[in-house]
Design a protein around this ligand. Sequence first.
Ligand SMILES: Nc1ncnc2c1ncn2[C@@H]1O[C@H](COP(=O)(O)OP(=O)(O)OP(=O)(O)O)[C@@H](O)[C@H]1O
Ligand SMILES: [Mg+2]
Length: 219
Amino acid sequence: MRQRDRDHLQRYARAVTVAQENERKRIARDLHDGPAQSLVVLSRGLGRLAQAGGDAPAGGEAARQLQDVARHTLRSIRRTTWALRPALLDDLGLLPAIESLAEHHYEPGTAAVAVGVVGESRRLDRDVELAAFRIVQEALANVSRHASAENAAVTIAFLDDRVALTVADDGIGFDVAAQERHDHFGLTGMRERTELVGGTLSVESDAGVGTVVHFEAPG
Ligand SMILES: Nc1ncnc2c1ncn2[C@@H]1O[C@H](COP(=O)(O)OP(=O)(O)OP(=O)(O)O)[C@@H](O)[C@H]1O
Ligand SMILES: [Mg+2]
């Protein structure tokens, strides 16, 4: 590919990534302000109806069941909203957001995720925080979807002038070179985000041993 085409492509990929983040933020806000608020109101109303159902036990039970449905739907919307754009990341920074991702938002029933920290947690450039978070989110999604791992470990090192992140699993591993030729969006997206913040990314994987994703960026 000629240099000019490469520059074009890179500018395009950059614009798409930025547009995608803005769009995610907007959808998260709309979900929060619209359906999620309505479900809170609905769930409270059904709760009152269930309590008042003493005279009509069947009605009270029906209201209780509907309240369960409303609560369940609310939880699922909140999970989606969180994954689209965790407010925690903007408000408190990378470490709390990753800890929360590992604790509450990681697919249950798959690998156990441990989070380790090196150095003192601090706020970084917002673009670096967002890139790092999205990379960990995708790496952990890959662990739960593909790795058949028992354990995963996320390590965040706050170094003097940069941040270094590792996501390691003890799963089945895969042929990185072969996958990179196919255009899967996950790994490609990680590389794209890394370039946007002037960082480096490596993905190393061995069959039967596991996979290590390493990201570093100034900040
Ligand atoms: N931790 C991992 N363990 C085992 N295989 C992996 C792991 N991470 C990635 N892979 C393999 O690499 C492939 C490409 O990953 P990538 O994230 O790019 O795409 P994907 O997860 O298949 O789709 P998506 O675009 O939804 O992310 C996966 O389909 C899987 O075969
Ligand atoms: Mg993926």
